[in-house]
Ligand binder design. Structure first.
Ligand SMILES: *Cc1c(COP(=O)(O)O)cnc(C)c1O
Length: 373
């Protein structure tokens, strides 16, 4: 097998999805699987669907096209407001898209009419994240405009939290989102199929005791893929955090005398210098670098520390006997490291999935933060 590679345990992704679907189902909330961190990888998306995700979502049309290229026919929604220049591609490959600009919605409507289809519109509401969204006081008016536009259908509303400002939504904010859904329907009749309450950062809210109100969907990427809650970084109880493993090969190894003259490296250059090699008696170099991933988002096996990295070399200090040249090291990734590694041209993605299996066939993960009561 080639190196570097990402090994993906599809069983763990199915398990994580299943667990979230089950727990959120009890709260009246469905799961949309977000595939952007895995660049719309069709096999990983299928594991989300097999785990019970009702739809898929991605922020880039190229990723959606990749999903479609393997024959996936279910609903796929674009969760970044479409580029005006891509309206035709969007209606051709997405069942619906999240939108904030009436100009773009008009272009989607025209493209849908050309395509002989109806495109679903979900309006994204700005509720304090300060990224994308329509201000709440404008929402009802825009909803009404969408309702009257041929070629599109108003499917729902959605909000985003903790993306730009890093703050989790509060229960009153979520109640406001429900109230906005009610307000739109008071004016135009019941029509909102989807009220999408946010991403993985909303799980503490969703698992908490508050009423979920009109919210019937969460768009989940990180929680499914890495089993963690993004704001705290804590493992979600019962979930696998090791569905993805980055495997890199050792290309140089051996003891180097201490004190190692690492201080000679100019810290003002782009080369990343994390810590001196002082504590670690031996060094290894892996064929991996900034070009492949976010080096600071990697976790090495116990006994190893990151000394530094350049575009193509990853220097590891070890307290263990150093691994031989040609051997492999298994590394865990955070979300940012995963996202970059999945899009790196030199990293192969290798799916591990011997059997079509249920959750019981993965090893049992530990309980922890946000575990079911
Ligand atoms: C990326 C993204 C999500 C998923 O976020 P996670 O934290 O990975 O669950 C949800 N909604 C939108 C609009 C996104 O861009």
């Amino acid at each position: 097998m080639s190196c570097p590679r990402i090994e993906v345990d599809l069983c763990k992704i199915r398990h994580n999805t299943q667990l979230l679907v089950k727990r959120l189902g009890l709260r009246g909330v469905g799961v949309t699987g977000v595939t952007k961190a895995v660049c719309g990888h069709p096999g990983i998306a299928q594991a989300m669907l097999d785990g019970g995700a009702t739809a898929l979502a991605d922020s880039r049309i190229s990723n959606v096209q990749r999903l479609r290229s393997t024959g996936l026919t279910g609903p796929i929604r674009l969760i970044r407001t479409p580029m005006l220049s891509q309206a035709d591609e969007v209606v051709q490959s997405c069942e619906a898209s999240y939108n904030t600009e009436i100009l773009v919605i008009s272009a989607l409507a025209a493209a849908a009419i050309r395509n002989g289809s109806i495109h679903g519109i979900i309006l994204m509401v700005e509720m304090g994240d300060r990224r994308d969204g329509i201000f709440p006081e404008k929402l009802a008016e825009i909803a009404q405009q969408v309702r009257q536009m041929p070629g599109v259908t108003l499917q729902g509303i959605g909000a985003n939290f903790a993306c730009l400002n890093g703050r989790a939504p509060t229960a009153p904010q979520m109640a406001t989102l429900s109230e906005l859904a009610n307000e739109i329907e008071r004016e135009g009749g019941p029509s909102l199929k989807i009220v999408s309450g946010g991403g993985s950062a909303n799980l503490p809210w969703a698992f908490g005791g508050h009423a979920t109100g009109r919210v019937n969907d969460l768009r989940l990427g990180e929680a499914i893929l890495l089993g963690v809650e993004p704001l705290s970084g804590d493992r979600i109880g019962g979930m696998h955090t090791d569905a993805f493993t980055l495997v890199a090969e050792v290309i140089e190894t051996g003891a180097k005398p201490a004190p190692f003259p690492i201080a000679l490296i100019d810290p003002t250059t782009e080369r990343l210098l994390i810590k001196s090699a002082g504590g670690a008696p031996a060094l290894m170099i892996l064929a991996l670098g900034h070009q492949d991933t976010d080096i600071l988002g990697l976790s090495l096996p116990a006994g190893n520390v990151l000394i530094g990295a350049t575009s193509d070399h990853f220097v590891v200090g070890t307290n263990l006997s150093p691994q031989p040249v040609g051997s492999e090291m298994k590394i865990q990734m955070n979300y940012n490291a995963l996202m970059l590694a999945m899009s790196a041209p030199d990293i192969e993605v290798s799916l591990l999935d011997k059997l079509p299996s249920g959750p019981s066939e993965c090893s049992k993960p530990e309980l922890g933060h946000l575990a079911p009561a």
